[in-house]
Design a binder for this molecule. Structure first.
Ligand SMILES: [Zn+2]
Length: 253
């Protein structure tokens, strides 16, 4: 099983990162993919990757919540990292209009710029959206020339949104939200195209039931998989095989 979206380099894990990785391995999690956030997260992310080279793989990108008036300069620095290190994806990138709309134009600029890096480097992209699915899909549709692939991470939308995402050739990252009783995903997950589903935690955030509200960790990918298996009336092993296959193909693992 692969946790395709985990921030285990975050300071929340500084006291017990070894144990967190051990618990993940014990639950059958063989790979943990690390999305970058901003300039400050690069160093801890690469240090974590170096500490667990068989398990952790890093991405490089600028998260929309960290886009500001300095976007041009920040993107130049982020881009320079692709010449210094091997990354499995451009991420996480996207648009977030939930917290702050001040830099909407800059967010869109950063998103499109990074989509074009992905095309040039033939890397998948990991997309974060919040209150911005229409804006994100419109830009992606404009940029999709057949060479872009990736995932809408932390998917919690409707069946229609899932179809629109799949039609653009993109995957859906299912995480803790899938297990929330009031999340509505019990109606959506049975209707998803399983060829486009991958699993994630987005830890330390969004822990699945029964750990909701507490710190999340990669071992809990198992709980998300079990929830998907229950809703699809499939075995855990079938969900594991399908989603692992999808993740390996998408991220070239
Ligand atoms: Zn994230």
């Amino acid at each position: 099983m692969i946790d395709t979206h985990a921030h285990i380099y975050a300071s929340e894990f500084d006291n017990d990162r070894d144990q967190v990785v051990e618990r993940a391995l014990a639950q059958g999690i063989s790979k943990i993919l690390l999305p970058n956030i901003d300039l400050d997260s690069i160093e801890p992310m690469l240090t974590t990757e170096a500490a667990y080279p068989q398990i952790c793989r890093s991405m490089m990108g600028l998260h929309p919540c960290y886009v500001d008036g300095n976007v041009e300069q920040t993107l130049t620095t982020i881009h320079s990292w692709f010449n210094k290190h091997s990354f499995i994806a451009v991420g996480e990138i996207g648009i977030d209009l939930y917290w702050d709309k001040t830099y909407k134009v800059e967010q869109e600029y950063a998103f499109v710029t990074q989509l074009n890096w992905a095309k040039e480097m033939q890397l998948p992209v990991v997309i974060h959206t919040r209150d911005s699915i229409e804006e994100t899909l419109a830009l992606l549709e404009k940029e999709q020339d057949g060479s872009l692939s990736g995932v809408f991470h932390c998917f919690g939308g409707s069946v229609e949104e899932a179809k629109a995402i799949n039609q653009l050739g993109f995957h859906l990252g299912l995480g803790g939200v899938s297990t929330f009783k009031n999340g509505g995903m019990d109606k959506v997950i049975p209707q998803l195209d399983m060829n486009y589903v991958i699993l994630e935690t987005d830890c330390p955030y969004l822990a699945p039931v029964p750990h909701r509200g507490k710190r999340n960790e990669p071992a809990y990918t198992q709980l998300v998989a079990q929830r998907v298996a229950d809703l699809r009336q499939m075995s855990l092993q079938q969900i594991d095989e399908l989603t692992t296959r999808n993740a390996k193909t998408l991220f070239n693992l």
